[in-house]
Design a protein around this ligand. Sequence first.
Ligand code: SF4
Length: 456
Amino acid sequence: MALSGLDIYKKLPKTNCGDCGVPTCLAFAMKLAQGQAELDTCPHVSEEAKSELMESSAPPIRSASIGLGEHAVKIGEETVMYRHEKRFENQTALALLLSDDMDDDEINKKLENITKIEFERIGLMLSADLVAIRATSDAAKFSALVEKVSKATEKGIILVSEDPAIMQAGLKVVADKKPLIYAATIDNWEKMAELAKANNCPLAIKGANLDEAADVSAKLTDAGYKELVIDSGARDIKGILADQVNSRRLALKKTFRPLGYPTIVFANEVSDDVAMQNMVASTLIAKYAGIVVLSELDAATLYPLMVERMNIFTDPQRPMTVEEGIYEVNNPTAESPVLVTTNFSLTYFILSSEVEGSRVPTWICIHDSEGLSVLTAWAAGKFVPENIAPFLKKSGIADKVNHKKLVIPGYVAQISGELEDEMGDWSVVVGPREAGDVPQFLKTWSPAGEKEESKV
Ligand code: SF4
């Protein structure tokens, strides 16, 4: 249970010295309880109180990090059941499974896929995150594949074996890359915990069911090991989904610490069919997998999966935005058209990619509408003549072109007259409603007049 302000206050020094920047210990305790202060800000709290308070203020689902540096993948640290309550914190990591019984051609092809398949969407690069390497026979074969993967990619690694001796062989090769050790079971957890501790690596637990996973988790937590990832053992979508929801609910609503860790699921063991694996992954990105392991990465199915993931893990309270300003597309000149729209990322990136595709040199003026899309921004008074005109006048666009024609989105045709009044000697042209129609518009209209193509 989270401690109340008064519970926290009882553990503070009660000297009201003010060194934490708050006048009294009680006020500091209240801030801590509300998550508005860090315990470290009080330099006088005893070590004993600190460890008690840290434990009670730990997130209901702890985090785990796989890999190091810029390629490190962080999972967990979730605090809500539903995204709209606050936000989901760390996106589900997607892992590709390699196995030491695969032939070289297959391994090479899969390694090429995981390094090459990536997409840019609204300014972000989307790609798979991890490589899971499964041992099927002996330590030598396993460690040879681990070495090959480690040399071929900087992605984080999951070592998959329940045999501590084989796991140790794999760790000898990549322990310095902080791989996830999979898995500690009811039979081997002590040896796996020793390996995880000795190599400072996160450790996954595999249970025969959720109860057994919680049991092993409690043993590991008692032994002082807390960077854990949980596999409930379910291998059918109904069972996996139930375990994901139940463990999230128990961790959040009942503060059940043994299940307060991120999870890993093996979509490849639910079905051999790649499309089905992607459907499983799609379900579990929404409900609440920390890692989903797939047997294949196929660009056509991976792209929608990663877009879904991006949408779910975007903070719903902070729309994604681009900076206000003038953007050049296709090397515009003084004769090029001038478009204006809002700074909602999706609006900008969809419009700019359509304009880019049209190959028509164009200026796009992006007005800060607090991340709202065109119609919403207009309705909220953020994309109206009173603020568009001052922005355009200050932006310097008038110095870049030799005409005074401004194209506005078709969805706000109603502001054209008022915007013309505000803009002085500029004339306002109503463009298409949909970005998809912009290329055709740009091919048939220019500030100098209609183009030949439109007269055909
Ligand atoms: S620094 Fe610590 S002891 Fe001093 S007022 Fe703040 S909480 Fe109390």
